[in-house]
Design a protein around this ligand. Structure first.
Ligand code: SAH
Length: 244
């Protein structure tokens, strides 16, 4: 199976804190509104109104979130009306995700312990949208996950990936800065050698029926401690919007 068990153990060890807004997953909570806005904008082709997207804007869309963890993205998409299935291989994360959905009262999000490739073989072209964020850099064969994402998408469906670029700047920002200087995430969260250059990601995407529509950078400002999206560069964290 396309899984690194040490990675799963790492996430399992801190699974109870998925929804602690000041805990290990704080950066994911902080970037979530930005990436949700980006994804909704691309899906609907509408720009964000000042008061945010209406809660029913994704009404009825079937979305699969690969490597969903505690459900930070899955819940946000479900809260906008989508029917979301989150899949992951860390059982305890899924337990936390299910409990949290009960707590928030969201009925249109479900979770399954299954690998992406197996899930794809059972759900060929079943989804209107596929998301796979901050996950590819944790698996032995990211190309195989991308292929599974392409299988899951209906023809013309949008597919989103995000990951970390591999260069001296991303090493400084994502490993030295985030893990050692600012303690934003636990030490050892990321393995630099598994970061993925955009050229490598593009080659993997090229091997599937997906085409790339847009790429944008997700940036951290150490002074304000805030995040923002910008096309100025994709040196560190970046999101790729594809279409089948
Ligand atoms: N996508 C979520 C969580 C990112 S953390 C978000 O952006 O908010 C990375 C997630 O990938 C963890 O939940 C981890 O358990 C999961 N993961 C790692 N290897 C995996 C694999 N082989 N299959 C499925 N999920 C995996």
């Amino acid at each position: 199976m396309n899984v690194d068990h040490q990675e799963i153990e790492k996430f399992t060890a801190i699974a109870s804190r998925w929804w602690d807004l000041d805990g290990e997953f704080k950066p994911l909570h902080q970037i979530n509104p930005l990436r949700v806005d980006y994804i909704i904008g691309k899906i609907t082709g509408k720009s964000r109104p000042n008061n945010g997207y209406p809660n029913n804007i994704l009404n009825g869309l079937k979305i699969v979130d690969i490597g969903c963890g505690g459900g930070i993205l899955a819940e946000a998409l479900a809260s906008h009306g989508a029917h979301v299935v989150g899949i992951d291989l860390a059982e305890e994360s899924l337990t936390v995700a299910r409990l949290h959905a009960l707590e928030t009262g969201l009925k249109n999000v479900t979770y399954e312990l299954i690998c992406a490739e197996e899930f794809a073989s059972q759900n060929m072209e079943q989804f209107d949208v596929v998301t796979c964020l901050e996950m590819l850099e944790h698996v032995p064969d990211p190309g195989s996950i991308i292929e599974a994402a392409a299988f899951l998408a209906k023809p013309n469906a949008p597919v989103f990936f995000s990951t970390l670029n591999r260069n001296p700047k991303s090493y400084l920002m994502a490993i030295v800065g985030a893990e050692y200087v600012m303690n934003l995430v636990p030490k050892g969260t990321h393995d630099f050698s598994k970061f993925i250059k955009p050229s490598e990601l593009m080659r993997m995407i090229d091997n599937t029926p997906l085409t790339i529509k847009a790429t944008t950078g997700l940036h951290f400002n150490p002074i304000t401690q805030g995040y923002y999206l910008s096309n100025a560069n994709i040196d560190v964290n970046y999101i790729v919007h594809c279409q089948k």
